[in-house]
Design a protein around this ligand. Structure first.
Ligand SMILES: [Zn+2]
Length: 129
């Protein structure tokens, strides 16, 4: 991939990264307000607990997204960005524009989603469970 293209994807990734961090910070702030305001009776407690669990699940999703973005930025540095981690083929530019942090080409991604796991094609990335 040309340097100019890499720079463009790097910018895209850094922009997305800033968005996720910003959103996570804002949600964390709102969560604190809810906890402070709630808790007077059982109904408020239930709502507060629900909100807290929602925030927890969301933040782990955001954390995952962040680590994927960081991994992709690392691959830009390594010069392996835009190559499928599974089959080594180049990932299409349309896919990279839509999901710049993706590790897999569309074919491998579909295979992973159909099988429900990465196993059964790629060299084992770690110990089997
Ligand atoms: Zn692939």
């Amino acid at each position: 991939m040309r340097k100019r293209e890499l720079d463009r994807y790097r910018k895209l990734l850094e922009q997305r990264r800033a968005e996720v961090v910003d959103k996570a910070a804002r949600i964390a702030g709102e969560g604190r307000d809810t906890v402070i305001q709630g808790g007077e009776d059982y109904v408020d407690d239930a709502v507060t607990n629900y909100t807290r669990e929602f925030l927890l699940s969301l933040s782990s999703l955001e954390q995952k997204r962040l680590s994927m973005i960081d991994d992709a930025l690392g691959r830009i540095e390594d010069g392996t960005y835009g190559e499928c981690e599974m089959c080594g083929e180049k990932i299409g530019p349309a896919r990279l524009n839509a999901v710049p942090w993706t590790e897999y080409c569309i074919r491998c991604q579909e295979k992973i989603e159909q099988e429900g796991s990465v196993e059964g094609g790629a060299p084992a990335p770690g110990p089997r469970r």
